[in-house]
Design a protein. Structure first.
Length: 50
């Protein structure tokens, strides 16, 4: 049992693997800035302003 408590937790290992790349962050930010959502009556239109 002692051996289990001295090892690092799985959560620490998972958090290290979930760090996004800089390219991914840049892509998402650029996409969100180019996306325009227009509400017209009860409809929503999405336009990608590229």
């Amino acid at each position: 049992m002692q051996k289990f408590y001295t090892e690092s937790s799985r959560l620490d290992d998972v958090n290290k693997k979930l760090v996004p790349k800089d390219e991914t962050i840049k892509f998402l930010l650029d996409y969100s800035m180019a996306l325009s959502v227009i509400d017209y009556h009860k409809m929503k239109f999405e336009a990608l302003l590229n």
